[in-house]
Design a protein around this ligand. Structure first.
Ligand code: GLY
Length: 364
């Protein structure tokens, strides 16, 4: 079946997400850029290079053009950021140069921010190689790094030139990473596509070779492309792009307090989705039985729905106060109106959130 590229519609910064023969399209693109005299560089997941040693050659990239970095969350930090900038400067790349991000969410976010910053901005292409990056982080132009004070506190909106999604690359993805990506797939069902959520419930547990996977990824990308086209910089007074952060206010606090790398981002999101469902029930939006539908589906992928170990609630609350979604000093959450529809909820009483954290911790 021919799968057309999806377009992210952003006027003169619109770009395609390639699903059809993405590896060939990318190799051709690299060849064209090289022939036209553009300097090339890539920031690459080190683990991916070990798992797929012919990948760079297949794409026509030279080893000296590539900076390999570990995929874990500690790579989204100031030292790897400055090392990456120096890598580009040492290679004397100029404003015509093009950077490729080959990896998961961490590599994509870092490389995107490097592209946004180097010489005040150069072109970059996203080549997501994890499920999480394919369905979420490679699309939409959010780039950045973490600070010890909080997740994604430094960054830029910087759209890629194109995204290339090749599901065959997932064959060497560790099972834990695949499951973490499924948390984001489930998130898309919850926030915008009840039929996707129902289908995930009906289907056997998906894996990297599941025939349904490519269509699921495309569906998530279609939702993301639509939401980003409507609210690129997350400035909508309510709803908008912030809805893509369902579960993320809790998740970012967990990652910050547990220490980056203890939980995979998708694992923290899984807990966050569960806690967002509890909050949605408390606000009277959804029925209590929906919580177990959500947690059952997450647990089917062996994702956590509670904290692995107790974390200080005051620290979690403090991390939430630094969340970028907050407005006028008030906590803002994304909650569910029903499965398949999310809304932003402002002015949530902090004591309610404290209690939810206490519940999440006590059962750990
Ligand atoms: N991952 C949420 C967003 O891109 O807005």
């Amino acid at each position: 079946m021919k799968t057309q590229a999806l377009q992210v519609e952003l006027a003169d910064r619109s770009y395609p997400i390639h699903f059809e023969s993405p590896r060939e399209v990318l190799a051709r693109q690299i060849g064209h850029l090289r022939d036209a005299g553009h300097g090339l560089a890539a920031i690459v997941d080190q683990g991916l290079l070990e798992a797929q040693p012919t990948l760079l050659a297949d794409l026509g990239l030279q080893p000296e053009e590539c900076l390999a970095l570990p995929a874990g969350e500690p790579t989204k930090a100031t030292e790897p950021f400055s090392r990456s900038l120096s890598f580009l400067a040492d290679r004397a790349l100029n404003r015509d140069s093009v950077l490729f991000a080959l990896g998961g969410g961490v590599i994509g976010d870092l490389a995107g921010f490097v592209a946004a910053s180097y010489l005040r901005g150069i072109s970059f292409h996203q080549v997501p190689t994890t499920l999480l990056a394919m369905v979420d982080s490679s699309v939409g132009g959010k780039t950045g790094i973490n600070l010890p004070e909080g997740k994604n506190l430094v960054g830029a909106f910087w759209q890629p030139e194109a995204v290339y999604i090749d599901t065959t690359i997932l064959q060497t993805l560790p099972a834990r990473e695949f499951a973490a990506g499924m948390a984001e797939v489930i998130k898309y069902g919850l926030l915008a596509d009840a039929e996707l959520f129902n289908e995930l419930e009906r289907l056997d547990t998906l894996h990297s070779g599941s025939p349904e996977l490519a269509q699921m990824i495309r569906r998530c990308c279609a939702i993301k492309a639509r939401v980003v086209a409507e609210d690129e910089k997350e400035t909508a007074a309510s709803g908008g792009r912030a809805l893509l952060n369902l579960g993320h206010t809790f998740a970012h606090a967990i990652e910050n307090v547990a220490g980056y790398g203890d939980y995979l981002h998708g694992e923290a999101v899984a807990i966050g989705l569960h806690l967002a469902a509890i909050l949605s029930v408390e606000l009277g939006h959804i029925k209590a039985r929906e919580i177990s539908r959500i947690s059952d589906l997450l647990q089917r992928y062996e994702l956590p729905v509670r904290l692995k170990q107790n974390l200080p609630v005051e620290d979690l609350m403090e991390a939430m106060r630094r969340d970028k979604k907050n407005r006028s000093g008030q906590l803002r959450f994304v909650t569910l109106q029903k499965i398949g529809q999310a809304v932003t909820s402002d002015g949530i009483d902090p004591t309610q959130i404290t209690r939810i954290w206490e519940e999440a911790s006590a059962k750990a």
